[in-house]
Ligand binder design. Structure first.
Ligand code: NAD
Length: 421
């Protein structure tokens, strides 16, 4: 358990390296450069947890990290995974700050995590962990303070339990305390699909700029969770061939293109894409090396490294997951002519749809599904266009361009507000 207190996680180092590189390019104020490497507020909690068949009470560690408090409430997902640690959650909160600034949302970045493997948990166990974790981090949550959302290992149901627990403490229903919750309690119809579909809307724009046709592309997706499955579905609906997908249980491949709606049906009865009758089984660990036009890592961080980057054979890497590519691997991909669309813009559809959900909840006003989708695509493609122009004007890759935009915006807000006291 003590291992989870490791601030110096690989992901934290990677995200700080990225930040340092860009801070140098934009000649960031030295005080801010130091300041922005650390979260403005962070809470580590430990709490007792009883499994259904228990002999002893376990101690579980959780975190909520708020990176920048200068631009409005903080916003970011909550992740349940065994190896969640303070450094990783901090890194993800930093990425959220840049991401919100890049797409122009009035938020600072936050992230939360509970160091527990959610897969063996019963519904009752997951509910107990969620409610207790919520109660522990309650002092720093708030509709206008910090608004969680789902991330790896959490879903709409977990958001509903957080909303219910928070509402009990407040004495009235507080739908705006989380986003990505079920529609029945104020969730947005498009939030579930927004990250994956938003990523494909951006890939489509990138293809236009690069002179490729998205609908003629072969797409490979690692991860068939919230992000990966809707990225695959949207690709399929646009006529592209999704030739391989994988999840933690294994992978499947079909050169003629996988029928994604059929794979959805398979997933409604099975835990993994493995065993799907419409495709051949493959070794999931090799998915990233399958030749394609658009490769979408949409599972976990740190999967494209200097060890496998030279085996990647694609035109575009679309980062659906957070921090899937290490700094060294990113350089190797760019050197071999592969365009990397970085996480901070590629998966920003999730937080953008979350923002729409939060606005609707705070104003008790509902928009129609098509209105949300149109606004989502407009925000993402406009932001991507701006990032593209920065990259052309500065002769730099898209990650550097996106971070230049995001970091400059956060820095401007901090400098304008000044120092207290
Ligand atoms: P999820 O829990 O819904 O799905 C994760 C998927 O990855 C599952 O299919 C799982 O089996 C697979 N997976 C896990 N470990 C794997 C491994 N070692 N190899 C191959 N597959 C593996 O999670 P999600 O919400 O889809 O999030 C995926 C990534 O996208 C994360 O990095 C998350 O931070 C990022 N992200 C998510 C959202 C969102 O809206 N959910 C928004 C922005 C970014």
């Amino acid at each position: 358990m003590i291992d989870n207190f490791n601030v110096e996680s690989e992901m934290y180092k990677e995200v700080v390296n990225q930040f340092d590189e860009v801070a140098g390019i934009i000649d960031l104020d030295p005080n801010l450069r130091e300041r922005l490497k650390y979260p403005q507020r962070a809470l580590t909690v430990s709490f007792p947890f009883r499994r259904d068949e228990y002999e002893e009470v376990e101690t579980v560690i959780g975190y909520r990290v708020q990176h920048v408090l200068s631009m409005g409430p903080t916003k970011g997902g909550i992740r349940y995974a065994e190896n969640v640690n303070f450094g990783e959650v901090t890194a993800l909160a930093m990425l959220m700050s840049w991401k919100c600034a890049i797409v122009g949302l009035p938020y600072g970045g936050a992230k939360g995590g509970v160091a527990i493997d959610p897969s063996p948990l019963s519904r009752a166990e997951k509910q107990r962990v969620t409610r207790r974790y919520t109660a522990e981090i309650l002092p720093i949550l708030g509709v206008d303070k910090d608004i969680p959302a789902p991330d790896m290992g959490t879903d709409e149901q977990v958001m509903a339990w957080i909303m219910d627990t928070y509402s009990h403490f407040m004495g009235s229903a507080q739908p705006a305390i989380v986003t990505g919750k079920p529609v029945s309690i104020g969730g947005s119809i498009t939030r579930r699909e927004a990250t994956g579909r938003g990523a494909i809307a951006i890939a489509n724009e990138a293809c236009k700029k690069l002179g490729h046709s998205f609908s003629d592309s072969r797409v490979v997706v690692q991860g068939f969770g919230n992000v990966g499955r809707y990225a695959a579905l949207d690709s399929y609906e646009r006529g592209a061939k999704v030739t391989a997908v994988s999840d933690i249980g294994g992978g499947v491949m079909n050169d003629k293109g996988i029928n994604i709606p059929e794979l959805f049906k398979h997933m409604s009865k099975n835990d993994s894409v493995k065993g799907f009758s419409g495709a051949e089984e493959i070794d999931g660990s090799k998915i990233l090396e399958i030749p394609c036009d658009i490769l979408i890592p949409a599972a976990i961080g740190g999967v494209i490294t200097s060890k496998n980057a030279s085996n990647i054979d694609t035109k575009i890497v679309l980062e659906g997951a957070n921090s899937p590519t290490t700094v060294n691997a990113h350089k190797m991909l760019e050197d071999s002519g592969i365009v990397v669309i970085p996480d901070v813009i590629a998966n920003a559809g999730g937080v953008t749809a979350s923002y729409f959900e939060w606005v609707q909840d705070t104003q008790n006003y509902l928009w129609k599904e098509h209105q949300i989708y149109e606004r989502l695509v407009d925000v993402l493609t406009t932001s991507f266009d701006e990032v593209w122009k920065i990259s052309i004007n500065n002769n730099c890759d898209l990650r550097t361009a996106a971070l230049m935009k995001g970091i400059k915006k956060v820095a401007a807000a901090k400098l304008t507000r000044g120092l207290f006291p």
